[in-house]
Design a protein around this ligand. Structure first.
Ligand code: ADP
Ligand code: ZN
Length: 759
């Protein structure tokens, strides 16, 4: 009897069911099967890799268990505390344990049983250096009627001079013959190139300057160093206050002096090469930088080095929270307010929450850093759950930049609204134009934020007002140039811009809302000698495109960097003396409870890129809503007043941080079936709550989502609100396991705990 019990294992598999599975194993693999080990098991005649999560129980068996095929590793892949963390995620976010483990062990559960490094080549197109004195006009003549060639040429320019053939052809839809024609004319070279190896292995590092911490910095460092196990610190430091130095000094103690390990989370590696470089400059070889451009083999190598203790610090985005480190001393979450810490697909975990739980399990400290903390973290600090540390001033005597507001409603020309033709001086108003001009004259750098990509945001009929929308999603199509296209930013549906209105046949189609492509064009015309770089999703297709652009800014090769929210993240360029927010109102009126918070964060963060050097800096914000509290408090760099006002505005009706949400999203290919499902679920949940948790959970909805249709799927949602998280867990789990979804209209239900947006 004992023998059989010892030879059964409970295995979690990455399948969409909550149960685990019992398998048997014999003597031959007995010493390799223990809690946390990888096991290869048969599932419906296929081999699957799973994780042993405990001994199997004979009495739970209904039939003879199948046998484990093999146990590939000598050591368990998941340590006991990491497994406990995954169990917590599974419970809290209502996701099967095997699915959580697959996320925590990306290569080990999805790839081969023994991942090997791979190396590939790709075809790239590079511009040949242009003749120095060539002007836009001359280029027009050069291309004549070859519009596609010109478009491809300009696209390559805005991509920083090179791109892959794959990207140009399949995503941007240039034909092979257009590229071949450019090559024949000697304007581009097409060739094979080896896929880059990890560039973090070759980036040059500057030795860390011997700076002396400021009083505020050393107070914070001391407090964190004497923190209790599990203590959470919220480091609220204004932009340019030197938060990175605090992190580094804490890591010095934890890793170099105490011999422990640490995790550093950043929003996105490619957008924060400077921050990563600073850590590498101090800790060198003890760091593993985990990023999305690693091949499976490289990822596995990094994982193994962390697991074996050869590397002591894991630096990476969201998923680095699962780094297989033992003896963890600290977890740092930089820019903790960033919504990229929340995973947009199952398991929909929030890396900040997971960080706090993991640190608690391991007895480590957590440091959440931001100039604009999330309101959740801020209210946790107010309530004494987190320890608040403040860096109220910039380092080195730098002052916060002066902010000027330009009211876009003034001086708007009625002509623009009628013709839809937008001139430079209605996009960039006189004060911003003058400021740009003076920076160019002095050889200083400027950053311009316009959080809307594409050329114009949509096309509208001048006669009937109809707007071109995506046939598959309920949103407007964005107008792109080079190539000329209407593109849906949700499903990537593409269309050629219509010559007449689809509704009324009207022939005056107007462009509305300026996007980054158009801004780039008008700036190029206004300042023909300026070196301008654009950074948005369209110019950063290659894994390292962001880093290349940012490195050029750092090297002083760019005069004006313009882009979407990507350019607002933690950049530290002392020569940037001007930041312009071209349209502060993008997103401010979205029907989402976090719209104001996000707008405030974006404006305050991008403003914080100005004046980080001895020359100081200025910020110019163009807006139509200068009295909006997100704008008002961003102007005075007053986070606390913003937080107070915003938290008050979420009291009634209540939204986080006053309580917690779980958003249940219903989707399907037939509208009526989707609506029925959502309404049925609401009735079902109402009864359940009545019986099991009366008065503990409030339901809002069911109602269509603000974006009613995405990729031909209709969307409804139902929001559960509660101030007892445990009830949301219990009811959420019961619902996900028991509520039956009819197998019609491809109906699907997703539960999103602590959603970052309700759109
Ligand atoms: P934050 O993340 O708070 O916006 P950073 O950590 O990027 O700020 O620091 C801004 C700049 O100040 C960096 O260039 C950094 O090297 C420098 N710095 C940090 N601490 C000090 C200090 N005590 N004295 C002088 N310079 C400092
Ligand atoms: Zn679409």
């Amino acid at each position: 009897m004992d023998e059989i019990l010892g030879a059964l294992a409970e295995v979690a598999l990455p399948l969409p069911v909550f149960q685990t599975f019992t398998y048997a194993f014999d003597e031959s693999s007995a010493d390799r099967v223990s809690v946390g080990s990888r096991v290869v098991v048969p599932v419906r005649n296929k081999r699957q890799i799973g994780i042993c999560v405990g001994p199997g129980e004979e009495k739970a068996l209904r039939r003879a268990p199948k046998k484990i095929l093999s146990a590939p590793d000598a050591e368990p892949a998941v340590g006991p505390r990491l497994l406990e963390l995954c169990r917590w995620i599974s419970e809290y976010y209502v996701v099967p344990l095997g699915v959580v483990l697959r996320t925590a062990l990306p290569v080990l559960l999805t790839g081969a049983e023994n991942p090997h490094p791979t190396r590939k080549t790709r075809r790239v197109v590079k511009l040949t250096p242009p003749a120095e004195d060539q002007s836009l006009l001359e280029r027009d003549k050069l291309f004549g009627r070859a519009k596609q060639q010109r478009a491809a040429y300009e696209m390559l320019e805005s991509l920083g001079g090179e791109s892959t053939v794959e990207h140009l052809q399949s995503q941007l839809e240039f034909s092979p013959s257009v590229l071949a024609a450019l090559a024949r004319r000697g304007l581009v070279v097409i060739g094979e190139e080896e896929v880059e190896r990890d560039p973090f292995l070759t980036r040059a590092l500057q030795a860390p300057a011997g700076v002396t911490p400021t009083k505020a910095q050393s107070d914070s460092i001391d407090t964190i160093r004497s923190g209790r196990p599990g203590e959470v610190f919220l480091l609220h430091g204004v932009t340019g206050s030197g938060k990175t130095l605090v992190y580094i000094e804490v890591l010095r103690r934890v890793v170099l002096e105490e011999g422990k390990t640490a995790i550093v989370l950043v929003p996105e590696i490619a957008l924060t090469p400077q921050t990563v470089d600073r850590f590498r400059a101090v800790f060198g070889d003890s760091i593993a930088v985990l990023h999305s451009a690693l091949s499976d083999g490289e990822r596995y190598d990094a994982w193994l080095a962390l697991k074996r203790g050869d590397k002591k610090i894991a630096v990476g985005a969201r998923s680095a929270i699962f780094a297989p480190l033992e003896n963890l001393g600290a977890i740092i979450v930089d820019e903790e307010h960033e919504s990229s810490y929340k995973q947009g697909e199952t398991p929909r975990y929030h890396a900040r929450e997971v960080a706090v739980v993991r640190a608690g399990l391991e007895g480590a400290v957590t440091i959440l850093g931001s100039a604009t903390p999330s309101l959740e973290s801020w209210s946790n600090a107010q309530a004494g759950k987190f320890t608040l540390l403040q860096l109220p001033e910039r380092v080195a005597g730098n002052r916060m930049p002066e902010v000027e507001v330009v009211d876009l409603r003034r001086g708007e020309r009625p002509g623009d609204a009628l013709t839809g033709i937008v001139e430079y001086d209605s996009i960039v108003r006189e004060p911003l134009d003058a400021a740009l001009m003076s920076r160019l004259a002095r050889g200083e750098q400027s950053i311009l934020l316009l959080n809307r990509r594409g050329y114009s945001s949509f096309l509208q009929c001048g006669d009937c007002g109809a707007v071109a929308t995506c046939p598959h999603c309920s949103i407007t199509l964005t107008h792109h140039r080079a190539p000329e296209r209407l593109i849906c930013h949700y499903c990537l549906h593409r269309d050629t811009p219509p010559e007449r209105c689809a509704e009324c046949g009207g022939q005056t189609i107007k462009q509305r809302g300026v996007g980054t492509q158009q801004l780039e064009r008008v700036l190029g015309e206004r300042f023909p000698d300026a070196r301008i770089a654009r950074m948005d999703v369209d110019t950063t297709s290659g894994k390292w495109a962001h880093t290349r652009i940012l490195d050029r800014v750092a090297a002083g090769e760019i005069d004006i960097l313009l882009g979407t929210q990507m350019i607002a993240k933690g950049l530290d360029f002392p020569k940037v003396t001007l930041v312009g927010v071209v349209d502060a109102d993008v997103g401010i009126n979205l029907p989402d409870f976090r719209a104001s918070e996000r707008a405030f964060q974006l404006i305050a963060q991008v403003a914080g890129r100005a004046g980080r050097g001895p020359k100081g800096g200025a910020v110019i914000i163009q807006t139509r809503v200068p009295k909006h509290h997100a704008v008002v408090h961003a102007i005075t760099h007053d986070y606390e007043s913003f937080a107070k006002e915003e938290i008050e505005s979420r009291e009634s009706p209540p939204y986080p941080p006053h309580l917690r949400l779980a958003n249940i999203i219903f989707s399907g290919t037939v509208e009526a079936a989707t609506a029925d499902l959502a309404i049925g679920a609401k009735d079902w949940l109402e009864r359940l709550i009545e019986q099991r948790a009366p008065g503990k959970i409030v339901l809002v909805g069911a109602a269509p989502c603000a974006i009613e249709k995405i990729k031909n799927r209709f969307r409804w949602h139902l929001v559960m609100k509660s101030d007892t998280p445990a009830e949301l867990t219990r009811v959420g789990r019961y619902f996900v396991e028991r509520f039956e979804t009819p197998s019609a209209a491809q109906l699907r239900i997703t539960l999103d705990r602590d959603p970052v947006s309700l759109l």
